[in-house]
Design a protein around this ligand. Sequence first.
Ligand code: ADP
Ligand code: MG
Length: 257
Amino acid sequence: MSLLTVQDLGKSFGGVKAVDGISFTLAPGELLALIGPNGAGKSTTFNMVNGQLKADRGSIRLGGQELVGRRPRDIWRLGVGRTFQIAETFESLTVVENVQMALLAQDRLLYAMWRCAADHKRQQAIALLEQVGMAAQADRPCSELAYGDVKRVELAIAMANEPKLLLMDEPTAGMAPQERNALMALTKQLVVERGMAVLFTEHSMDVVFAYADRMIVLARGRLIAEGKPLEIRDHPKVQEVYFGSGKTFEKTQESAA
Ligand code: ADP
Ligand code: MG
């Protein structure tokens, strides 16, 4: 049974068909990779699912509910989370304070109340940090953390709303290979433990092949292939897009980095 059902989704910018009638589904507990060359329409797809962009056509259903036409905040409340980069303004807060902020947002408390609510939600925030292996660093300022650890905190923040579906647009950008693997292994673990669904984009094909349950491939706004990682690797249309110009998956990754 699918959690997310996308049908004939489309979005144009001027004359450019950024997303041109794509359909796919996503099941609970599934890690689905959305890949494709730069400009293929991956981010546009993400932003239609989270409500930042309104689709020109088509439908996006979460459970039985239509998401097209809803505001980002309402879509978030329905259980669609996404990872945000910790803003510079929050870097001076400690790790646990950043997660407490996310929990406060969930309760719709105002930022102004933050200081009065100093210890509010601390236990819950620590529990989330335990899940991403960051509880021991809870009281350090985020500005002191290694890059890979900041990404773990961002994941904990995204989990605060207990999303049914988590969207991760290039979560491992700028990370060293070892850090990438650690973050995706952690994501995979959360998917398995919580039955959460994840839709993610990723440049490193090593990461995609190692962690994705299934993949969909976009090129120029169209969905050209769908399947398990090994099926995709040998798919003629995918070979054409990635290898046709003499590139390998790895070279594509390097040129995109
Ligand atoms: P990807 O994330 O796969 O690299 P995008 O979804 O960002 O691709 O972009 C798909 C196409 O839509 C590209 O041709 C891009 O230039 C265009 N595009 C994306 N966002 C906008 C925008 N806000 N205004 C105009 N064109 C856009
Ligand atoms: Mg993008």
